[in-house]
Design a protein around this ligand. Structure first.
Ligand SMILES: Cc1cc2nc3c(=O)[nH]c(=O)nc-3n(C[C@H](O)[C@H](O)[C@H](O)COP(=O)(O)O)c2cc1C
Length: 366
């Protein structure tokens, strides 16, 4: 990465628990809840704690510890109405959503929220879910071709007075959306880790969201995206998932991790493992999300234990800076007891990260 990226402070997002069961596939007692009241309060805590974004999830069916799932766009609007500065990222799944409906919904929410809405385009990993709702299941490369057209259509509809498009999946003729979203336009994130995901990010997305990974692992992905996006005369920002366990001592934090894994919902994790191995190996290069995830890794939905943000506040802040050094712009965080731990993260960890960021900048200037 270039040193030009360093001065921007790292940004923080949290996973909205809009599906039941929290963010781990474990029967460990959790105080996290999935209802609207809990989530409104969590969003308010997060914006006071210094979080920039909240990410809602989209799932259409139960599976693997998430028996109930609130819809992402509606839920995002509710959180925006309950907050003042937090940006909320709504997940959209091409297939159930088409770009005409999505562009219209998000433009209206942009007006309702003073431009605080963003979107995360997800491409589908759960074949059973598509089957259950009668959506055709495309192969991996086709899913990404469709997502790319979806993103091109969103941008075209939001930016052009009259939008015309003739693609393999979507067609528009002189379509004029009014009102357009407010400025700045909704940011476009995308989730996924395969080569197709990286290529799509380099061509059309503002942000690349990926599963938790080692510093070396994510650094390789970032280099690949940077080379490809420069070839397209673009730049793409990087967000990575991580699960945080901050306690007074490293030993206490490790013990909590062990308890989460010891209480794993074995049947649900095995089901998830079966499905995600199919998904992880679905791309031609066999390197999508979860391609190399062990049973323990999958106790957190998006490989959140891999970055090892587990220890004391100072250890976690230092580890976060290791990710900033290789070009991560945003950390998407999950917690066991969301309200309490988001508040703690803002009070004890973000200030330490800011001090270390200043040291990093001074180091580079020296
Ligand atoms: C941060 C992040 C968030 C995601 N959120 C969702 C989601 O809400 N709903 C969903 O169906 N898939 C979600 N996904 C899955 C991806 O969109 C994608 O379908 C999956 O990673 C397989 O693609 P890949 O082979 O490129 O990794 C998410 C992935 C990531 C990394």
């Amino acid at each position: 990465m270039t040193t030009a990226h360093y001065p921007s402070p790292l940004q923080f997002a949290y996973w909205v628990p809009n599906v039941s069961g929290g963010l781990v596939v474990s029967k460990i007692p959790q105080r996290t809840q999935w209802d609207a009241l809990y989530n409104r309060r969590l969003a308010q805590i997060a914006e006071h704690a210094g979080f920039d974004y909240a990410l809602t999830q989209i799932r259409f069916t139960a599976g693997y510890g998430a028996e109930n799932q609130h819809e992402s766009v509606t839920f995002s609007q509710d959180l925006l109405a309950a907050t003042e500065k937090l940006k909320v990222i709504a997940a959209l799944l091409p297939g159930p959503w088409n770009p005409a409906l999505a562009a219209k919904q998000i433009a209206t929410i942009s007006h309702l929220s003073d431009a605080r809405i963003a979107v995360n385009i997800v491409s589908g990993w759960f074949r059973g879910e598509f089957k259950a709702i009668g959506e055709p299941w495309l192969d991996h490369e086709e899913r990404y071709l469709r997502s790319e057209e979806f993103i091109r259509c969103l941008r075209g509809i939001w930016q052009k007075e009259q939008f015309t498009f003739a693609g393999d999946f979507y067609r528009f003729r002189n379509y004029s959306l009014k009102p357009k979203p407010l400025h700045p336009q909704p940011e476009i994130f995308q989730g996924g880790s395969s080569r197709a995901a990286r290529d799509m990010a380099a061509r059309v997305s503002d942000w690349y969201f990926t599963n938790g990974n080692s510093v070396e692992g994510v650094s390789q992905q970032i280099e690949d995206i940077q080379v490809k996006s420069r070839q397209n005369d673009r730049s793409v920002k990087i967000g990575m998932n991580a699960f945080v366990i901050a306690r007074d001592s490293e030993q206490q934090a490790q013990q909590v991790l062990q308890e989460i894994i010891d209480h794993a919902d074995v049947e649900a994790v095995k089901g998830f493992q079966h499905e995600t191995q199919n998904a992880g190996l679905a791309s031609p290069e066999k390197e999508g999300n979860w391609a190399k995830s062990s049973f323990d890794d999958l106790v957190q939905y998006n490989d959140g234990f891999k970055p090892k943000l587990i220890g004391t506040p100072q250890q976690i802040a230092e580890r976060i800076i290791d990710y900033k050094r290789v070009g991560v712009d945003l950390l998407l965080l999950g917690f066991l007891h969301c309200q309490e731990e988001v508040e703690f993260f803002g009070r004890e960890i973000i200030p330490r990260v800011r001090v270390l960021e200043q040291q990093l900048i001074s180091e580079l200037r020296a």
